[in-house]
Write a protein that binds this ligand. Structure first.
Ligand code: EPS
Length: 405
């Protein structure tokens, strides 16, 4: 695969029951306020949601910033953050024993064969969704950048758990009320009736010793047209977002806008008509408006000035109290899969992870277009672009795109 090196990148490290998780973010321009309260709030939200397991009662995830920040602001060097694991016992074989019976649906079997061991723990410690704590911390830096430098807002929530779905419409106009509704919901959905239905489903699933998945959604507001690129597949914003969302543990499908439903409509029913409203020329859409947003804000791998809308599908967690048909990797004899402490439903937590990884990819694409060494330079580049884009067609006869009278 052709590697695309964005200006803004991150890396996480750490095992679920090791001493700590670490996140390093590279390419952050100098002068960004790194508000650890905002990062810690996202970490706390990631730990929450109805249906979580015992681990979250043991941990209080908070970041300690080790590098890249002086007096609360980025200085351009890599930003490293540490999240301590309270439940640290990786080398304690009594409390953290080998796992020989792989869980269907988990990384256990494939990883054990890949790394040539019959102890699935070698794989599961890193494959665990515990890693998403570090990912949220890293990606939240991208989110801070979007908000502070580009006034971009990102909003994620749970659309459905099993068949209990909210039909609340999401738009920038009602954003504060939507955030309040989501933060009040035990499952991070948008209305109280759906919250109750989803909690009922999770309660029943728990008593059946089963697990349950759902669909999450993320909206990114205030992107101008032209973020991302159609020049190469790996520069396409939707391609980058899809990779990031699919990379979240237990995600099996990603959609942009209508996503998989696009094939059920004719072109005349699907594509969002283009119009121009001069009164909106000073908004990030630059005045290019659409009566629908089936495309989910991207065309040709670039933002088109409409909200970017991403959907993600999370499968039910692979660790079931009742166990599932499997084998013992040492004897190859049929045995039920081994139980490890886990969640009944982590869709709410996954919505927080998705919100932040989507934010990071959008932030990276913004920086690839406008990035400077400092926040001030970056914002200047952005403003200069908007100024020129508003004046199209250019009146310089040598410029491509010029309309010569
Ligand atoms: C999780 C931490 C894990 C699991 C869960 C999510 O901690 P532990 O294994 O100690 O209970 O609760 O991970 C999984 C669902 C998984 O498949 O590994 C977390 O912090 O999100």
């Amino acid at each position: 695969m052709t590697q695309y090196q964005s200006r803004l990148t991150y890396q996480t490290a750490g095992e679920s029951h090791g001493p700590a998780l670490i996140a390093t973010v590279m390419g952050v321009p100098a002068g960004l306020t790194i508000d650890t309260d905002i990062i810690n709030r996202e970490l706390a939200r990631r730990q929450g949601g109805y249906g979580r397991g015992g681990r979250q009662k043991l941990e209080t995830d908070t970041v300690e910033i080790l590098t890249g920040v002086r007096l609360g602001k980025s200085i351009g060097s890599p930003i490293t953050m540490l999240i301590k694991n309270r439940d640290s016992r990786l080398d304690d074989l009594e409390r953290t024993p080998p796992v020989y019976r792989p869980r269907p649906g988990h990384a256990d079997l494939a990883g054990s064969i890949k790394w040539l061991t019959t102890d699935c723990r070698e794989t599961l410690e890193r494959a665990s969704a515990r890693e998403t704590a570090a990912r949220v911390a890293a990606c939240c830096i991208g989110r801070l950048l979007l908000k502070q430098v580009f006034e971009v807002e990102v909003f994620g929530f749970v659309r459905s758990i099993l068949d209990a779905a909210t039909d609340v419409h999401v738009s920038m106009d009602g954003l504060d009320a939507l955030i309040a509704a989501r933060d009040e919901s035990a499952t991070y959905t948008l209305d109280s009736q759906t919250t109750e239905q989803q909690c009922d489903i999770i309660r029943k699933t728990k008593s059946d010793k089963d697990t349950v998945g759902g669909d999450v959604e993320c909206h990114v507001f205030n992107c101008p047209p032209g973020i991302g690129s159609s020049m190469n597949w790996y520069e396409k914003l939707d391609s980058r977002i899809a990779g990031a969302v699919m990379g979240i543990q237990a995600f099996k499908a990603v959609g942009i806008g209508l996503g998989a439903q696009c094939s059920k409509r004719l072109g005349s029913e699907l594509h969002d008509p283009i119009a121009f409203e001069a009164s909106k020329v000073n908004t990030p859409s630059l005045g290019f408006v659409r009566s629908s947003n089936n495309a989910g804000g991207t065309e040709g791998g670039m933002t088109n000035g409409q909200p970017v809308v991403v959907t993600g599908t999370m499968k039910p967690i692979a660790t079931l109290l009742q166990g599932l048909p499997s084998i013992d990797l040492n004897t190859k004899k049929a045995e039920d899969s081994q139980y490890e402490r886990s969640d009944i439903c982590a869709v709410s937590a996954a919505s927080v992870v998705m919100e932040n990884v989507v934010a990071f990819e959008v932030a990276a694409a913004f920086l690839d277009k406008f990035g400077g060494d400092s926040v001030i330079e970056t914002r200047g580049n952005y403003d200069a672009f908007l100024d020129v884009a508003r004046t199209l067609p250019l009146d310089h006869p040598d410029e491509p795109g010029t309309v010569i009278a």
